[in-house]
Design a protein around this ligand. Structure first.
Ligand SMILES: *[C@@H]1O[C@H](CO)[C@@H](O)[C@H](O)[C@H]1NC(C)=O
Ligand SMILES: *[C@@H]1O[C@H](CO)[C@@H](O)[C@H](O)[C@H]1NC(C)=O
Length: 338
């Protein structure tokens, strides 16, 4: 079903809080990671990055004010200068060479170059009431979800809701799997990254970029589970949807002879269990808090917007200078697939 008709079918309750849904085009694709490998150029593996153009090799939380240093953003809401990034998907052909999988825009956002769809919500995605109060992130806040080294289902259980959807058509939203789909996906592979929703209320970051946030203590974010006493502050849930356009790689004759699926994360993972995403908060002033208190579902009249053409114009210079787009003998960074 199409998004708009899905929402219409649910009927409209008057929200007391808000759900934001907006597109962000590609800011850049580079082997940089200012959260995990600050100052390191190049970082270990390739990322696709969206958001404000103050993105850089180093983004010291004490001095780097994203909203002040950015002059544009690739997001529809122009007060969001945050940066969001994930690994990049590659296709590994039978002959062992690798090709970057392009990203495509979702329905209603046609023309957006690459990028993702971003959500901030106070309750479950399809709950049009959006009634819970949340505390917006503070300047300097950042976090990471997922573990780049994970290769098994057991390890991946540490995280909730880092999933893939094998899209049969534009409206496919189920089933979600924690490993890469095993069959060709005609409309692409959607990667979903949902961040934790409970904060310790004190630390803007932590050494592993994860310990200052937590999942609800019981139940889930969707069922309204309470935050643990160690992390009592309820945050908006951020969900990132990236659609990897696998169309050019869906011919099973090109897939490995051993029957395995052919897609790998740029971090070298052919299982999908290492799916991860990074967030560096950068909304201007209190625009996010106001929006989350905004009695609105999907649309957000209180926020300033720009056109897709303007979104597409925002970028940052290539600071690494490597080829990641040809058929490559190895992943950027000479990372082994394992
Ligand atoms: C990145 O940081 C360097 C060094 O501080 C600076 O010269 C450069 O202008 C920055 N790039 C962007 C896109 O802000
Ligand atoms: C490997 O296979 C791909 C896909 O069939 C093809 O495009 C590429 O040219 C091949 N590379 C080599 C080195 O044979």
């Amino acid at each position: 079903m199409k998004w708009n008709s899905f929402v219409a079918a649910l009927g409209l309750a008057a929200p007391t809080s808000a759900l934001l849904r907006f597109g962000c085009s590609k800011l850049t694709i580079q082997r940089l990671d200012p959260l995990v490998n600050p100052g390191q150029n190049p970082s270990t593996h390739l990322h696709q990055i969206i958001g404000g153009n103050s993105f850089n090799v180093t983004m010291d939380p004490k001095t780097h004010d994203l909203a002040k240093l950015s002059t544009c953003t690739t997001c529809q809401f122009t007060e969001d200068f945050s940066n969001y990034w994930t690994a990049v998907l590659y296709f590994k052909a039978k002959n062992g060479t690798l090709k970057r999988v392009p990203q495509r825009a979702q329905q209603g956002m046609e023309g957006t170059q690459g990028g993702m769809v971003v959500y901030y919500m106070t309750d479950a995605l399809f709950d049009t009431a959006q009634k819970s109060k949340v505390t917006a992130f503070k300047p300097g806040f950042r976090m990471l979800i997922g573990d780049v080294n994970y290769r098994s289902r057991d390890e991946a259980r540490d995280f909730r809701q880092l999933t893939f959807i094998c899209m049969q058509n534009e409206g496919t939203r189920a089933p979600e799997t924690v490993e890469f789909p095993k069959t060709p996906c005609p409309a692409g592979i959607m990667a979903n990254h949902r961040f934790p929703t409970c904060w310790d209320g004190v630390n803007l970051d932590s050494p592993n970029h994860r310990d200052h946030v937590a999942y609800p203590e019981s139940g889930t974010f969707e069922s309204g589970g309470p935050c643990p006493s160690t992390h009592p502050v309820r945050l908006p849930q951020i969900l990132l949807e990236t659609v990897w356009d696998t169309k050019a790689f869906n011919n099973k004759a090109d897939w490995p002879a051993d029957g395995k699926q052919p897609f790998v994360w740029s971090s070298g993972d052919g299982t999908g269990y290492s799916s991860h995403a990074d967030y560096v908060f950068g909304w201007k002033d209190d625009a996010l808090q106001k929006a989350m208190d905004g009695h609105t579902y999907v649309t957000a009249p209180m926020l300033k917007t720009q056109t897709i053409a303007q979104q597409n114009k925002c970028s940052v210079p290539d600071m690494v200078g490597e080829d990641f787009d040809s058929w490559l003998p190895k992943l950027p960074g000479d990372i082994m697939v394992n």
